[in-house]
Design a protein around this ligand. Structure first.
Ligand SMILES: Cc1cc2nc3c(=O)[nH]c(=O)nc-3n(C[C@H](O)[C@H](O)[C@H](O)COP(=O)(O)O)c2cc1C
Length: 317
């Protein structure tokens, strides 16, 4: 059993302490553990060049070889993701900055696209699916009201790696480094997360399920707390409400106990981003958008000049 801790917080900070506590539990159960702090690595931002997805499309059509990310030799991300793709479990600890995960984490996670696990497995670049499970820890100085996007954004970063999130915790009211040492409940919850990760690893893949707080979040599918009013998708599909994280579609229903619940529709999990086949539907959308764009090149080029030639005053530094 291999478990890796990934920390995006300060050295000796609250995220690092909680991830270490969770890793201790994994180690006690016999796992080989590794810990990385993203501050120690050179992580360049995704350039948005789309070379990876364009190249993936070519390879899928039998043309050429996959070259990977254009930044592959320029920073440490290639090595970090290669190590991550060998883990049975990961435990990710990220501080909340402005309600959301700190940019050190999002900068790392937004490089995952070029390393989409399902694709690398298909072309044989990764030999074996590790069926990695994850525990996510959000850490903030405040309560949930000031951390409303952190766990959900972290969970949303797991799809491209086909990582199944089995547990999440939000550590609240931790400001200065070491603050969490005053919160025994949070330390023991992190320890429990480590145990949950080992339980999940030892459970057959098809029988794995959520091991966190059963009451967490509104979505019964991913336990995310962000439900929004549904709008038509590119192919017309629509539900009254949707989960912003996993893409489940359904309605908000008040039960006999007076509680409002999000109830997925009968076909409400057909866009579940956790499921590779359902996520492929999104690939169809991307391909359609791209075909439409390339078919209408004359129109695009005719309009492009106006914007390419348009210059405004900028800030000199
Ligand atoms: C730029 C910045 C923005 C922050 N914004 C929030 C916030 O919106 N909500 C919150 O709960 N804590 C916020 N915090 C507090 C940190 O999440 C908190 O100090 C946390 O313990 C840091 O984790 P670390 O010790 O692992 O680095 C912010 C801190 C910084 C530096």
């Amino acid at each position: 059993m291999k478990v890796m801790g990934i920390v995006a917080g300060r050295h000796n900070g609250n995220s690092e302490i909680l991830v270490k506590e969770a890793l201790l539990a994994c180690q006690e159960k016999g796992a080989e553990v590794t810990l990385i702090n993203l501050f120690d690595y050179n992580i360049l931002p995704c350039t948005g060049c789309e070379s990876c997805t364009m190249n993936m499309g070519e390879v899928a059509m039998g043309k050429g070889e996959y070259r990977g990310c254009v930044l592959k030799a320029k920073d440490d991300v290639d090595k970090l993701i290669a190590a991550m793709q060998q883990q049975n479990g990961i435990i990710v600890g990220v501080p909340t900055y402005d309600l959301m995960p700190s940019s050190v984490y999002t900068r790392f996670a937004q490089r995952f696209l070029a390393y989409e696990l399902a694709f690398l497995l298909k072309i044989g670049a990764v030999k074996e699916d590790p069926h990695t499970v994850a525990g996510l820890i959000a850490v903030g100085g405040s309560c949930h009201d000031w951390q409303g996007l952190t766990l959900e954004t972290m969970a949303a970063s797991m799809f491209t790696q086909s990582i199944y999130v089995v547990d999440q915790m939000m550590a609240t009211r931790n400001g200065r480094p070491g603050n969490v040492l005053l919160r025994d409940d949070q330390l023991s919850r992190a320890h429990k997360m480590g145990e949950n990760i080992i339980t999940a690893i030892n459970t057959p893949v098809e029988e794995r399920g959520w091991l966190g707080d059963p009451d967490q979040g509104l979505c019964p599918n991913c336990h995310g707390g962000l439900i929004f009013k549904g709008e038509p998708h590119w192919d017309g599909i629509q539900w009254p409400f949707e989960c912003a994280v996993c893409g489940a579609g359904g309605d908000l229903v008040r039960g006999e106990d007076g509680r409002v619940r999000f109830v997925p529709a009968e076909d409400g999990l057909c866009r579940d981003r956790n499921v590779n086949e359902c996520r492929d539907k999104h690939l169809d959308e991307i391909v359609q958008t791209r075909i439409d764009f390339f078919e209408r090149q004359e129109e695009v080029q005719a309009k492009y000049g106006r914007y390419k030639d348009l210059k405004f005053k900028t800030v000199e530094v």
